[in-house]
Design a protein around this ligand. Structure first.
Ligand code: SAH
Length: 260
C-alpha cells in the first residue's frame, strides 16, 4: 500500500516532485494527487493548502478514498523552543491544536469527543524521519549562509502545535510559549492531519524545517527560504525515511547485529 506525502505549499513539495516517477494523477475536491514511486516505495504526493481544514479534507480523502497506509507531512514552521533555530528540523512526537478551546466544557486544547489534546505521531515513521534528518543536517548546506546561518543545524523531537494563524509577532509567540512551554514549533496543519489519522487509526508523522522564529521577522525571507532550504531538506529527509522503511530488517538476514 501507498505512503502519502502531503505539504501545504507548492515550494515545500517541489524538490520531491522533481524526483517522483509519476505513474498516474487524479484530482478530487481541488486536490491533485500524483502517484508514483520514490525509490522502492509506492507514494502519492499532494498539496493540501494552508490551514487545518484544508489539511483535514486532504487527509480524509487520502485515508478513505485511497486507503493509504501512512501519512507523512512535510513543510516549514516557526520555532518556539528556545533552542529551535531557523534552519533546524523538528520531527513531531505529538501534535496539538493551540487554537482549540472549548473550556470550561472541556479542558483547554482538548478536542471534544476525543478525550485528547495531544495526538501521538507514529514512533517508527518519526524515527525514520529523525534518522534521515540527522544524515541530511550533517551535510554542509551552503544555502543556509544566505540566511546568515553559520552553525550546524539541529534536530529536535517533541511537541508541534497547529492553529489557523500565521504567528508573526513576539507577543503572539511569547503567549504560546507561556501557555505551552514544551512546544518546539508552530504551524498550521499538522495537528489536523493527526486528528484525522487518529479517527482512521492510521499512522502519521510530521517533519518541519524551521523557517522563522514566529516573531516580528517571521515574514522576512520566507519565500526564498522555502525554495532554497526547506524544499531540499524535505526531499532528502523523506527519501531517507522511505528507503529506511523498505530496507531489509535486521531479522531478515543472518549475521546482523542489532545496534545498542
Ligand atoms: N506567506 C505565505 C503564507 C504562509 S502561511 C504565503 O504568502 O503563502 C504559513 C505556512 O507555513 C503554513 O503552511 C504553516 O504551516 C507554516 N508556518 C511557517 N511559519 C509559521 C508561523 N510562524 N506560524 C504559523 N505557521 C507557520
Amino acid at each position: 500500500m501507498t505512503v502519502a506525502i502531503i505539504a501545504a505549499m507548492p515550494q515545500e513539495l517541489s524538490a520531491l516532485e522533481a524526483v517522483l516517477h509519476v505513474e498516474r494523477t487524479d484530482s478530487v475536491a481541488g486536490r491533485h494527487f500524483r502517484w508514483g514511486r520514490l525509490g522502492e516505495e509506492a507514494v502519492v504526493l499532494t498539496l493540501c493548502g494552508i490551514g487545518k481544514v484544508a489539511a483535514a479534507t486532504t487527509t480524509a480523502l487520502l485515508l478513505d478514498r485511497y486507503q493509504v497506509r501512512a501519512v507523512l507531512f512535510t513543510g516549514v514552521a516557526g520555532g518556539l523552543g528556545a533552542a529551535v533555530r531557523v534552519g533546524d528540523v523538528v520531527v513531531g512526537t505529538s501534535l496539538l491544536q493551540h487554537d482549540m478551546d472549548a473550556s470550561p466544557l472541556f479542558p483547554r486544547w482538548e478536542v471534544p469527543g476525543t478525550g485528547h489534546a495531544r495526538f501521538m505521531a507514529d514512533v517508527a515513521w518519526s524515527e525514520r524521519l529523525a534518522a534521515g534528518a540527522r544524515l541530511v543536517l550533517a551535510q554542509p548546506h551552503e544555502a543556509l549562509m544566505h540566511f546568515g546561518i553559520r552553525s550546524v543545524p539541529g534536530l529536535h523531537q517533541g511537541l508541534i502545535i497547529s492553529g489557523d494563524q500565521f504567528i508573526a509577532s513576539a507577543a503572539a509567540s511569547t503567549a504560546l510559549r507561556t501557555a505551552l512551554p514544551d512546544a518546539l514549533a508552530v504551524e498550521m496543519e499538522g495537528a489536523a492531519v493527526a486528528q484525522v489519522c487518529a479517527d482512521f487509526d492510521r499512522p502519521f508523522a510530521v517533519l518541519r524545517t524551521i523557517s522563522d522564529r514566529a516573531d516580528d521577522q517571521a515574514h522576512v525571507d520566507f519565500p526564498s527560504f522555502l525554495t532554497e532550504v526547506a524544499a531540499g531538506y524535505s526531499r532528502d529527509i523523506v527519501l531517507a525515511a522511505l528507503s529506511a522503511a523498505t530496507a531489509p530488517t535486521c531479522a531478515s538476514f543472518a549475521g546482523c547485529v542489532q545496534p545498542g
